[in-house]
Every structure is written in C-alpha cells, then in structure tokens.
Write a protein of this length. Structure first.
Length: 289
C-alpha cells in the first residue's frame, strides 16, 4: 500500500509527531494482518467482514461440500462449504476459516418453516401455500418487499455474524410452483435482484440456487450458482451464463454414478458432487480436469 506524503505544515514538530503516530499505527496493524484468516486457494487476504471473492482463474477448480444435516464434518477436503446458518456454530465456522475454507450460508428466501426461529416475524398476509414435500413450510409472497426485507436482512446478518462471506438464496423460484399467490416471472426477477443487492450491502457475495429459467437474466446480478440435478433434468446447458462469465457453478446430483455425470458437468466447468438428499456429510466429488 502506497501512503501519500503529508502536506507541508508550518509546525515542524507537529508534523514529526504525526509521522511517528502513523508509523506506530502501521506497526500495530501488522500482527492483525498476519494473524487474520486467509481464504481458500491462497489467492489474497480477505479480512472478516468482507464478501467472499471468486477469482476467475479458479472458477473451474473449486471442490465443494453441501451439508445441512447431521454433525458437521469440518475435515472434508473441500474449498467451499455450503451450510445452514442456524445449525452451524461460530466455533465451527472459525475452524473452517482457519483452514482457508470459503463459507456459503444457505438461506431460504422464498419460504419459511414453522420451526424457524424467526417464523413469527412473517406477517399473516405474506404466508402462502404449503411447500410440497416439506411439512410445516410455506411459500412467501415475494411481491411484498417492505414486509419481507427486515426479516431476510436479519437472516443475512446472522450469516455475516457467524463468519460467512457468501449467501446462497434458496427457494428463489416460487413462481414455478403453486405458492398461493399469483406470482409471475417478473415478480420473482425483481425480488431476486433486490436480494442480491441486499446481500452486497451487507458485505455478502450472493449466489442463486436453482431457478434455472431465470439464469440468463440473473447471472450478471449474482456471483455464483448452486444447482440440483441439472443432469437428470437435462438443464445443464442453461447454467452456462455463469460458467461462461467465469463464475462458479456448484452442482449436485442425488442419483447416478459420478463416473457418468461428471463427463458432462466437468466439461462445462462445473464443480460437481454426488450427495444423498438429506445432505449429510457424505459426498462423492468429480475429478478436476
């Protein structure tokens, strides 16, 4: 860092005192810089409170883990961990950051569960239909931004407070389901863009989970993508706006042999793994090219 020289002052003694004070301040900062956590792949120092960087030259080299259930395995050999912010403790995130791991916070932004700590904060007017396959969860009316923003902002702040540097926005595709509201493509597009902006304002790198039909429109607004089963659903090519922009695509399949689906996804430049649907610690990863 280059420090510009101070402007000349008529009081030489005061100028010398200021220079000595600045020197002492810089020397005091050195231990903090040395001891601060270093992100994965040893690319650059990122202090706590800064959004996660995704260097373009590493976009096709990430290894990742997605765990939302069971005891957290912090020893998994992965560069990136996608974790639940409520279940994950600050002690666990500290241990992962000490090993240069990038931490991504899994936040449901289009639904809520009755067991969520903040469930009662959602007004009745924004609570929609039940989420298929997830008892106790309901869709949210994403058109009501003023009602949702404070709750979702606090969810993001929880992530930031626990040491996450990025946030993956899950359930960002209510318009594709039966949410109990007349949501359309444009309603969802506006909501997702607002959330990407909100994440950045809180020093979090935003990532899009699924919502494949809107990838082409949203890729410029997000730093990375998380996708489930693009091979089985034959949707992988639709994720190329992220890969072509050298942004990571973290992909998971729940069935099939990695020897088969990796041929497709690694060729696209995705970081692919095989997981069980309960997203515990077990994983099989694709080899890197």
């Amino acid at each position: 860092m280059r420090i510009r020289p101070a402007r000349p002052a008529p009081w030489a003694g005061l100028a010398r005192a200021r220079r000595h004070g600045l020197r002492r301040t810089l020397l005091a900062l050195v231990p903090l810089l040395v001891l601060g956590p270093v992100p994965g792949c040893h690319d650059e120092l990122v202090p706590p409170g800064a959004p996660t960087p995704w260097p373009a030259e590493l976009a096709h080299r990430w290894q990742w883990q997605w765990q939302l259930s069971g005891p957290l395995d912090v020893a998994v050999e992965a560069d990136v961990f996608l974790l639940d912010p409520v279940r994950t403790t600050s002690t666990e995130t500290t241990a992962l950051r000490a090993r240069d791991r990038r931490l991504v916070c899994h936040v449901r932004i289009g639904t809520y569960a009755g067991t969520d700590p903040d469930a009662t904060r959602f007004p009745t007017a924004v609570r929609g239909a039940a989420v298929a396959g997830r008892p106790g969860s309901r869709w949210l009316d994403v058109r009501q931004w003023d009602a949702l923003r404070p709750v979702l902002a606090d969810r993001f702040r929880l992530c930031r407070g626990k040491g996450f540097g990025a946030v993956a926005l899950a359930d960002a595709d209510g318009y594709l389901h039966r949410p109990g509201f007349p949501l359309d493509f444009d309603d969802q597009l506006l909501f997702n863009r607002r959330l990407a902006t909100l994440a950045r304002s809180l020093d979090l790198s935003p990532g899009l989970v699924n919502d494949v039909p809107q990838v082409a429109a949203l890729a410029p607004d997000f730093d990375f993508a998380v996708n489930e089963e693009c091979v089985r659903l034959r949707q992988c090519a639709k994720l190329l706006p992220f890969a072509d922009a050298d942004k990571p695509v973290f992909h998971v399949e729940y069935a099939g042999s990695p020897d088969r689906f990796c041929v497709t996804t690694v060729g696209y430049g995705f970081a692919s793994i095989r997981k069980d649907r309960d997203l515990d610690a077990w994983r099989e990863s694709c080899p890197l090219l």
